[in-house]
Design a protein around this ligand. Structure first.
Ligand code: 6CS
Ligand code: FE
Length: 294
């Protein structure tokens, strides 16, 4: 527990929430890949990159079909990778979908998905986590503001900021159904969150996160000179975002679901160690501990 002293990204060790500086480069970008100089530059500066049409309509239709199929099968089983909405029985997320044949092909073999990530990290990568978020009509609740890296560092033992997520809209994402929101340039800071990590935190945090979230002051600071951006777009549009970008989403009040596929890639040079929060590692459906380069 006291090893936290040497940890540059220590968090949840005090009563106070603090903003610190990022200690890692933002993009190591190799020239070898599909992104041009301005896209790399904009990812490094803002912490994310929008692709209006990453996947085509028919590809997305088959992914939605598969997502719906696993959700129907998931509803009644208390499978480890299935998370329900807070206070309800509606399926909120299904994790580890990269073990499913359909999603695996996309996540491990699709150059439009994998090549930009390899280029930005300038390294081989493996899948750290994947999931489908269902944001069901009416019932889909919010995800409060957070940095994924903060959780992965404290709870999973991800050493440095060298991971990137891709969030693919499988249905239209608009102002009515709780789109993913990001704070540009927030990846350049590191918010050390207040409080401690309760045992088995993930059992609650994936429904509603209450620890490892920034203070209101910190959020005001991060948005003082930045406008919040929403990843709105048609089915097949996508957002590549750096692991430390502050993000969240509101609930879905519309009568339509918003289905999103998330795949997180970590550099093979950044493999997980013991969690920095001194807790036991979370289950592998949340954090793969085996490095299998894609
Ligand atoms: O705990 C996690 O690993 C995660 N939770 C959120 C809200 N976002 C990223 C990740 O799936
Ligand atoms: Fe997140």
């Amino acid at each position: 527990m006291t090893e936290t002293r040497d940890d540059v990204y220590r968090s949840r060790v005090s009563e106070k929430c603090e903003i610190a500086e990022r200690q890692d480069p933002t993009a190591r970008a190799s020239t070898d890949g599909p992104l041009d100089g301005s896209e790399i530059e904009s990812f490094a500066t803002d912490g994310f990159l929008v692709k209006e049409q990453l996947l085509g309509a028919s590809e997305v239709r088959s992914l939605v079909k598969e997502a719906e199929r696993i959700r129907r099968n998931a509803r009644d089983v208390e499978a480890a990778g299935v998370v329900k909405e807070p206070g309800g029985e509606t399926v909120r997320s299904i994790f580890r979908v990269h073990r499913n044949e359909v999603f695996k092909t996309l996540a491990c073999q699709e150059p439009r998905v994998v090549d930009p990530i390899r280029q930005l990290l300038d390294s081989d990568v493996y899948i750290h986590q994947s999931r489908v978020n269902f944001k069901p009509a009416f019932d889909g609740k919010e995800f409060y503001w957070h940095s994924d890296f903060e959780t992965w560092h404290v709870e999973d033992g991800m050493p440095r900021m060298r991971a990137i997520s891709v969030a693919i809209n499988l249905t239209e994402s608009n102002e009515f159904n709780g789109p993913l929101m990001v704070i540009p340039r927030s990846h350049l800071k590191y918010v050390r969150c207040a409080g401690a990590t309760p045992e088995d935190h993930y059992k609650d945090s994936l429904r509603k996160q209450e620890y490892g979230v920034p203070s209101r002051d910190a959020l005001e600071e991060l948005t003082r000179e930045e406008r919040i951006r929403a990843a709105k777009g048609p089915p097949g549009s996508a957002l590549f975002f750096e692991c430390n970008v502050m993000h969240g989403s509101a609930g879905n009040l519309s009568p339509f679901p918003r289905i999103g596929l998330f795949i997180v890639y970590n550099s093979v040079e950044n493999r997980l160690v013991e969690p920095f929060g001194g807790i036991r590692p979370r289950p592998v459906f949340l954090a793969e501990r085996e490095v299998m380069p894609v």
